[in-house]
Design a protein around this ligand. Structure first.
Ligand code: ADP
Ligand code: MG
Length: 172
Protein backbone atom coordinates (compact mmCIF):
# COMPACT_ATOMS: atom_id res chain seq x y z
CA UNK A 1 0.00 0.00 0.00
CA UNK A 2 1.24 3.48 -0.86
CA UNK A 3 1.36 5.85 2.12
CA UNK A 4 2.17 9.57 2.23
CA UNK A 5 5.05 11.31 3.99
CA UNK A 6 4.06 14.22 6.21
CA UNK A 7 6.37 17.00 7.41
CA UNK A 8 5.60 18.79 10.67
CA UNK A 9 7.68 21.92 11.13
CA UNK A 10 7.63 25.19 13.06
CA UNK A 11 9.42 27.08 15.82
CA UNK A 12 10.47 25.03 18.88
CA UNK A 13 7.55 24.76 21.30
CA UNK A 14 4.68 25.03 18.81
CA UNK A 15 3.64 21.42 19.38
CA UNK A 16 5.21 19.36 16.58
CA UNK A 17 6.14 16.42 18.78
CA UNK A 18 2.81 16.33 20.59
CA UNK A 19 0.92 16.35 17.29
CA UNK A 20 3.32 14.00 15.52
CA UNK A 21 3.18 11.25 18.14
CA UNK A 22 -0.59 11.38 18.48
CA UNK A 23 -0.99 11.40 14.72
CA UNK A 24 1.29 8.38 14.39
CA UNK A 25 -0.75 6.49 16.98
CA UNK A 26 -4.00 7.23 15.23
CA UNK A 27 -2.87 6.82 11.63
CA UNK A 28 -0.39 3.97 11.98
CA UNK A 29 2.24 6.04 10.16
CA UNK A 30 5.79 6.01 11.51
CA UNK A 31 6.99 8.97 13.56
CA UNK A 32 10.53 10.31 13.18
CA UNK A 33 11.88 13.06 15.41
CA UNK A 34 14.95 14.41 13.59
CA UNK A 35 16.40 15.92 16.76
CA UNK A 36 16.28 12.53 18.51
CA UNK A 37 17.60 10.74 15.42
CA UNK A 38 20.59 13.09 15.30
CA UNK A 39 21.30 12.64 19.01
CA UNK A 40 21.09 8.87 18.84
CA UNK A 41 23.32 8.61 15.77
CA UNK A 42 25.49 11.61 16.71
CA UNK A 43 24.73 13.04 13.28
CA UNK A 44 26.54 16.27 14.07
CA UNK A 45 29.12 18.34 12.29
CA UNK A 46 30.78 20.54 14.88
CA UNK A 47 29.46 22.69 17.69
CA UNK A 48 27.82 26.12 17.54
CA UNK A 49 29.39 28.14 20.35
CA UNK A 50 27.04 31.08 19.90
CA UNK A 51 23.87 29.02 20.15
CA UNK A 52 25.43 26.49 22.50
CA UNK A 53 24.27 23.42 20.60
CA UNK A 54 25.69 20.82 18.23
CA UNK A 55 25.38 21.54 14.49
CA UNK A 56 23.22 19.08 12.62
CA UNK A 57 24.98 17.13 9.88
CA UNK A 58 22.16 17.58 7.37
CA UNK A 59 23.66 15.30 4.70
CA UNK A 60 23.97 12.41 7.12
CA UNK A 61 20.42 12.95 8.39
CA UNK A 62 19.15 12.81 4.81
CA UNK A 63 21.18 9.65 4.09
CA UNK A 64 19.91 8.05 7.29
CA UNK A 65 16.27 8.71 6.38
CA UNK A 66 16.35 8.12 2.62
CA UNK A 67 15.27 4.47 2.60
CA UNK A 68 12.26 4.83 4.86
CA UNK A 69 11.18 8.03 3.15
CA UNK A 70 11.25 6.19 -0.15
CA UNK A 71 9.00 3.51 1.34
CA UNK A 72 6.52 6.17 2.50
CA UNK A 73 4.25 6.49 5.50
CA UNK A 74 6.57 8.65 7.62
CA UNK A 75 5.77 11.67 9.78
CA UNK A 76 8.89 13.83 10.14
CA UNK A 77 9.20 16.35 12.99
CA UNK A 78 11.84 19.09 12.85
CA UNK A 79 12.25 22.84 13.40
CA UNK A 80 13.83 23.24 9.99
CA UNK A 81 12.84 22.04 6.56
CA UNK A 82 15.10 23.45 3.84
CA UNK A 83 17.60 20.58 3.69
CA UNK A 84 15.20 17.67 3.13
CA UNK A 85 14.75 16.60 -0.50
CA UNK A 86 11.60 18.28 -1.80
CA UNK A 87 10.40 14.97 -3.32
CA UNK A 88 10.15 13.37 0.13
CA UNK A 89 6.98 15.11 1.26
CA UNK A 90 3.42 14.96 0.05
CA UNK A 91 2.26 17.59 2.53
CA UNK A 92 3.90 20.10 4.85
CA UNK A 93 2.35 21.53 7.99
CA UNK A 94 3.79 24.59 9.71
CA UNK A 95 2.46 24.82 13.25
CA UNK A 96 1.88 28.33 14.57
CA UNK A 97 1.43 29.54 18.13
CA UNK A 98 0.61 32.99 19.52
CA UNK A 99 3.63 34.71 21.07
CA UNK A 100 2.29 34.90 24.61
CA UNK A 101 1.38 31.21 24.59
CA UNK A 102 4.71 30.19 23.04
CA UNK A 103 6.61 32.34 25.53
CA UNK A 104 5.05 30.49 28.46
CA UNK A 105 5.77 27.08 26.92
CA UNK A 106 9.42 27.91 26.31
CA UNK A 107 9.79 29.47 29.75
CA UNK A 108 8.44 26.24 31.24
CA UNK A 109 11.08 24.40 29.22
CA UNK A 110 13.72 26.42 31.03
CA UNK A 111 15.03 28.32 28.02
CA UNK A 112 17.31 31.21 28.95
CA UNK A 113 16.53 34.84 28.05
CA UNK A 114 18.54 34.79 24.81
CA UNK A 115 17.08 31.52 23.57
CA UNK A 116 13.56 32.65 24.51
CA UNK A 117 13.95 35.89 22.59
CA UNK A 118 15.39 34.17 19.51
CA UNK A 119 12.61 31.62 19.35
CA UNK A 120 9.85 34.17 19.88
CA UNK A 121 11.36 36.27 17.07
CA UNK A 122 11.55 33.18 14.89
CA UNK A 123 7.79 32.81 15.37
CA UNK A 124 7.01 36.53 14.92
CA UNK A 125 8.94 36.69 11.65
CA UNK A 126 7.36 33.38 10.58
CA UNK A 127 10.80 32.05 9.69
CA UNK A 128 9.67 28.43 9.34
CA UNK A 129 6.63 29.31 7.26
CA UNK A 130 8.81 31.28 4.84
CA UNK A 131 11.36 28.48 4.78
CA UNK A 132 8.64 25.96 3.96
CA UNK A 133 7.28 28.14 1.16
CA UNK A 134 10.76 28.47 -0.31
CA UNK A 135 11.45 24.75 -0.07
CA UNK A 136 8.16 23.16 -1.23
CA UNK A 137 5.35 23.80 -3.69
CA UNK A 138 3.16 26.31 -1.93
CA UNK A 139 0.07 24.20 -2.68
CA UNK A 140 1.26 21.56 -0.22
CA UNK A 141 2.27 23.96 2.58
CA UNK A 142 -0.37 24.58 5.25
CA UNK A 143 -0.32 26.50 8.50
CA UNK A 144 -1.96 24.98 11.57
CA UNK A 145 -2.95 26.92 14.67
CA UNK A 146 -1.52 25.27 17.78
CA UNK A 147 -2.54 27.30 20.84
CA UNK A 148 -4.82 25.04 22.82
CA UNK A 149 -5.88 21.40 23.18
CA UNK A 150 -8.88 21.97 20.93
CA UNK A 151 -6.50 23.02 18.13
CA UNK A 152 -4.58 19.77 18.58
CA UNK A 153 -7.76 17.74 18.26
CA UNK A 154 -8.88 19.67 15.17
CA UNK A 155 -5.47 19.36 13.55
CA UNK A 156 -5.37 15.61 14.11
CA UNK A 157 -8.84 15.17 12.65
CA UNK A 158 -8.03 17.30 9.59
CA UNK A 159 -4.76 15.50 8.90
CA UNK A 160 -6.40 12.09 9.41
CA UNK A 161 -9.01 13.01 6.77
CA UNK A 162 -6.26 14.16 4.41
CA UNK A 163 -4.29 10.92 4.91
CA UNK A 164 -7.35 8.75 4.30
CA UNK A 165 -8.14 10.61 1.08
CA UNK A 166 -4.54 10.40 -0.10
CA UNK A 167 -4.47 6.65 0.54
CA UNK A 168 -7.71 6.19 -1.41
CA UNK A 169 -6.45 8.29 -4.32
CA UNK A 170 -3.13 6.42 -4.56
CA UNK A 171 -4.24 2.85 -4.03
CA UNK A 172 -7.13 2.32 -6.40
P1 ADP B 1 7.70 21.07 19.72
O1 ADP B 1 7.91 19.60 19.45
O2 ADP B 1 7.20 21.81 18.53
O3 ADP B 1 8.90 21.73 20.31
P2 ADP B 1 5.98 20.11 21.85
O4 ADP B 1 5.10 19.14 21.16
O5 ADP B 1 7.09 19.57 22.66
O6 ADP B 1 6.54 21.19 20.83
O7 ADP B 1 5.03 21.01 22.74
C1 ADP B 1 5.54 22.04 23.60
C2 ADP B 1 4.62 22.18 24.81
O8 ADP B 1 3.37 22.67 24.39
C3 ADP B 1 4.32 20.85 25.52
O9 ADP B 1 4.25 21.10 26.89
C4 ADP B 1 2.96 20.45 24.97
O10 ADP B 1 2.24 19.70 25.89
C5 ADP B 1 2.31 21.79 24.73
N1 ADP B 1 1.36 21.77 23.60
C6 ADP B 1 1.58 21.30 22.36
N2 ADP B 1 0.51 21.47 21.57
C7 ADP B 1 -0.43 22.07 22.34
C8 ADP B 1 -1.77 22.52 22.10
N3 ADP B 1 -2.38 22.39 20.91
N4 ADP B 1 -2.43 23.09 23.13
C9 ADP B 1 -1.83 23.23 24.33
N5 ADP B 1 -0.58 22.85 24.62
C10 ADP B 1 0.11 22.26 23.64
MG1 MG C 1 9.72 18.52 19.67
Amino acid sequence: MLLPNVLLTGTPGVGKTTLGKELATRSGLKYVNVGDLAREGQLYDGYDEEYDCPILDEDRVVDELENQMREGGVIVDYHGCDFFPERWFHIVFVLRTDNSVLYKRLETRGYNEKKLKENIQCEIFQVLYEEALESYEKEIVHQLLSNEPEDLENNINEIMKWIEQWVKDHNS
